[in-house]
Design a protein around this ligand. Structure first.
Ligand code: GSH
Length: 213
């Protein structure tokens, strides 16, 4: 499998964690987002959206991190990333989508570039934008955990799921943008438990071959 990603991309980070949990080795091809490589004609043939990640498996090209991870979970079922009954799986997906669909798109590179270039906002205002939406979104995650968490070190119990795979890269971004996580003890504790696992630690942006020196 050929995996196209970028070290700091949250979506690529999610996929890396899933590959590691499943014990799948991929051939990594960096797409330098800051240099605009995602917008090249060659890359857009893989992903017409001009976004990472993209995964090639033979002639098949998959995009969208959650779709890639669900496909991996169906083709490599152990360990399960969406365990439990239908209700539990819906709750895991809902938690994941709070992050992947509601928080992450608002802090995307192209959105921040638009804020700064087209709308004339400075870096401080762009940072305030990120802090607002990441902070609000993670506060909702904390509230969901207060309601749904039934024990165990991870979001949904004793094993990491898609929810943890989404949470850890989002906390990485939150720290990067200076979001205050003081009032989010569950988020912080789960993040710490995940980081203690090699599958999560090895997927960290700083450990990737294309990481900034
Ligand atoms: N929903 C997509 C989001 C993909 C996405 O937004 N990727 C970002 C990096 S995390 C990207 O490629 N940004 C490039 C840009 O904004 O130009 C997924 O989960 O795969």
């Amino acid at each position: 499998m050929i995996f196209h990603g970028y070290f700091r991309s949250s979506s690529a980070y999610r996929c890396r964690i899933a590959f590691n949990l499943k014990g799948i080795e991929v051939d990594f091809r960096p797409v330098h987002l800051r240099n605009g490589e995602q917008k090249s004609e060659a890359y857009r043939e893989l992903n017409p959206q001009g976004l990472v990640p993209a995964l090639e498996d033979g002639d098949t090209v998959l995009t969208q991190s959650l779709a890639i991870i669900e496909w991996l979970d169906e083709t490599h079922p152990e360990p399960k990333l969406l365990p439990g009954d239908a209700v539990q799986r819906a709750k895991i997906r809902a938690f994941s989508e709070v992050i992947a669909c509601e928080i992450h798109p608002l802090q995307n590179l192209r959105v921040l570039q638009y804020l700064k270039t087209e709308l004339g906002q400075d870096q401080a205002r762009a940072d305030a934008w990120c802090q607002r939406w990441i902070g609000d979104g993670l506060a909702a995650c904390e509230a969901l955990l207060a309601r749904e968490h039934r024990g165990g070190p991870y979001c949904f119990g004793e094993t990491p799921t898609l929810a943890d795979i989404c949470l850890v890269p989002q906390v990485f971004s939150a720290e990067r943008f200076g979001v205050d996580l003081t009032d989010m003890p569950r988020v912080r504790a789960i993040h710490e438990a995940c980081e203690a696992l090699p599958a999560f630690a090895d997927a960290h942006p700083s450990k990737q071959p294309d990481a900034d020196a």
